[in-house]
Design a protein around this ligand. Structure first.
Ligand SMILES: Nc1ncnc2c1ncn2[C@@H]1O[C@H](COP(=O)(O)OP(=O)(O)OP(=O)(O)O)[C@@H](O)[C@H]1O
Ligand SMILES: [Mg+2]
Length: 280
């Protein structure tokens, strides 16, 4: 695959390269006739290993549709998704399962994505058991390692996810995703439901994991300040298209699109001329 120069200045093979991705949904109009909706309209971008791309956009702009296509939860209508040089859109089911392990998705509300009837321990071991590659000892070792790594105490393993705080639940969801040692973590509004201080703690945890493990993130948010804090590059989506992309400084100082200006206006400190959101 072509070696590309990225905005971060690194000449490396992209971990992920998305080319002309299109997703069409058919929905019923009020009159009952089928209507086409273009949720992704020729989306293209690349992410280098060990970097973060933030995708920002208003509600309905296509962010989750993009995340679901990348995590193989939805099939795109057309286009290519190259992951480590393989087009995962065209993979057979078995090969696709292997790639799926490498791309993990974390949602906004861990309460809805974690089975409330399970204990935290069951939540953590399920992906490992499904892999059928690890014995009991290895599974226990991995679970203990990742609990510690995300800052959760061993005491929580017997509790249901519902008995944990929002921050603990999101740490549990991150630990569950990381037990499989993925290369790409997609965070779809993963911090949005948390209190400010918990948001900051989890953001720091994600940055620490990126520093030590070389994780690559696709960070989806409607919050431009959070995107600037986190990302090497920001891509702005509007009605299914990436309308503008660049490093946080450029997006904040020279926004080119109306939708970007609206997102900037929603960042209170920036609205008052404070640039501290750009400090990483
Ligand atoms: N399964 C589906 N069937 C039909 N239309 C869908 C489906 N999923 C999403 N859409 C539509 O696709 C468009 C993009 O939705 P998407 O959920 O990707 O937006 P989003 O940017 O994630 O929004 P939000 O910030 O509110 O989460 C919306 O118009 C939505 O109604
Ligand atoms: Mg969404």
């Amino acid at each position: 695959m072509k070696v590309e120069a990225t905005a971060t200045g690194k000449n490396v093979h992209p971990l992920l390269k998305v080319e002309n991705l299109v997703k069409r949904y058919t929905k019923r109009s009020l009159a009952g006739t089928p209507e086409e909706l273009l949720a992704l309209d020729s989306v293209s971008f690349t992410i280098s290993p060990g970097t973060t791309l933030a995708v920002v956009g208003e509600s309905g702009s296509g962010k989750s549709t993009l995340a679901n296509c990348l995590a193989c939860l939805e099939s795109p209508t057309s286009g290519n998704i190259w992951f480590e040089g393989k087009d995962i859109v065209k993979l057979e089911e078995r090969a696709c399962r292997q790639v799926r392990r490498q791309i993990q998705l974390i949602f906004q509300d861990p309460a809805s994505s974690l089975n409330p009837r399970w204990s935290a321990f069951e939540v953590l071991v399920e992906p490992l058991i499904l892999q059928r590659k690890f014995n009991r000892e290895e599974i226990k070792k991995r679970v203990n390692y990742w609990l510690g790594r995300v800052g959760l105490s061993q005491d929580i393993v017997g509790r249901s996810p519902m008995e944990l705080s929002g921050g603990q639940r999101q740490r549990l969801a991150i630990a569950r995703a990381l037990t499989l040692e993925p290369k790409l973590l997609i965070l779809d509004e993963a911090l949005s439901a948390l209190d400010c201080s918990v948001q900051a703690q989890i953001a720091n945890l994600l940055m620490e994991l990126q520093g030590s493990l070389g994780m690559t993130y696709l960070f989806i948010t409607h919050d431009l300040a959070m995107a600037a804090h986190f990302a090497d590059e920001i891509a702005v989506m509007d009605r299914g298209r990436i309308v503008e992309q660049g490093p946080p400084n450029k997006i904040f100082i020279q926004p080119e699109q109306e939708t970007t200006r609206r997102l900037l206006a929603a960042v209170p400190r920036i609205g008052r001329g404070d640039q501290s959101a750009l400090e990483r």
